[in-house]
Write a protein that binds this ligand. Structure first.
Ligand code: 2AM
Ligand code: CA
Ligand code: CA
Ligand code: CA
Length: 281
């Protein structure tokens, strides 16, 4: 069983509370962004709402678990999380919360209602809790290692397709135009020819929640960060699916190039991406 620290609330309750509170606030700020900035490229957006939501989540986590470490997207310099040292450090932390206050910032800014709050808790690098909240639809996806995954009390289950040709797969348009996007586009082209259809919703975490819930058969994207994938990867695994890197190695929080699926089409996805030369940077 999971070695929980003693606290006034369970980590799962805190994670759900954080996601619900931040999500409600984010929703209330739709169309009211005060401060829109870019990070490493013109495509890489951040707003006052991303920062405010992350601050809210950090405060709430530290109220209950003052000794826990937190890795949040808006708390690190762009690109810093990718370094080998950062990944090693993250994996060696005892309790590490990995948070993306808004996954789908471009959508949030546009008023395109497909964004979420993603919160994971890792114990010595192993993700043990994942919560993804979509405030637009009021959908709270939760997963606990070894205990399953649920959406509003109902177990989530991956889809049943066993042929890539019958599958609808989500992909992402990576904002890194120079390096990651051209690789991603090669994979997208190959998948467009070999699947029923593709979707690109613009939120990595919500795509993973949808794979877990059987609304999508799989998901492929390169150059992700731990906060995009940690909660969703656990959710897919606990819903009967598989998550690996693009070369087939099992998921861990250092994986940046990701393939997730219902499991039955995982080998076909891996083969298609390998043949396209689109495994990543
Ligand atoms: P964000 O909205 O939290 O920034 C869309 O393809 C996905 O890519 C979203 O989950 C988005 O997360 C993420 N994303 C945004 N900027 C990125 C970057 N610079 N590198 C990799 N992924 C990024
Ligand atoms: Ca971002
Ligand atoms: Ca993100
Ligand atoms: Ca984000």
């Amino acid at each position: 069983s999971i070695p929980y620290v003693v606290g006034s609330k369970s980590p799962m309750a805190v994670a759900i509370n954080c996601a619900a509170k931040a999500g409600e606030w984010i929703k209330s700020r739709l169309g009211m962004v005060k401060d829109l900035n870019t990070k490493f490229s013109p495509q890489d957006l951040v707003t006052d709402v991303d920062k405010g939501a992350e601050a809210m989540i950090r405060k709430l986590i530290h109220t209950h678990f003052p000794d826990h470490e937190i890795l949040g997207e808006e708390g690190v310099a762009p690109g810093a999380e990718a370094s080998a040292a950062a990944v090693t450090e993250a994996k060696s932390a005892e309790y590490l919360w990995i948070i993306d206050p808004i996954d789908g910032t471009t959508n949030f800014v546009q008023g395109f209602p497909f964004f979420c709050v993603s919160i994971a808790l890792a114990y010595k690098g192993d993700v043990i809790i994942g919560v993804i909240y979509d405030p637009t639809r009021d959908e709270m996806f939760v997963a606990e290692k070894g205990k399953g995954a649920y959406m509003h009390g109902n177990p989530t289950r991956v889809s049943q397709e066993s042929a890539l040709a019958d599958s609808v797969i989500a992909v992402g348009f990576n904002p890194d135009r120079k390096v990651a996007a051209p690789i991603n586009l090669k994979g997208i082209t190959a998948l467009s020819e070999q699947t029923r259809s593709l979707r690109a919703g613009g939120s990595a975490a919500l795509h993973l929640a949808y794979v877990a819930a059987g609304r999508l058969s799989g998901y492929y994207e390169v150059n992700l960060s731990a906060w995009d994938s940690a909660a969703g990867a656990l959710m897919v695994a606990e819903s009967g699916g598989i998550v690996t890197d693009t070369t087939g190695h099992p998921y861990d929080i250092g994986v940046r190039n990701l393939i997730a699926s219902n499991g039955k089409i995982q080998d076909q996805l891996l083969a298609a991406i390998k043949a396209a030369g689109a495994t990543g940077c």
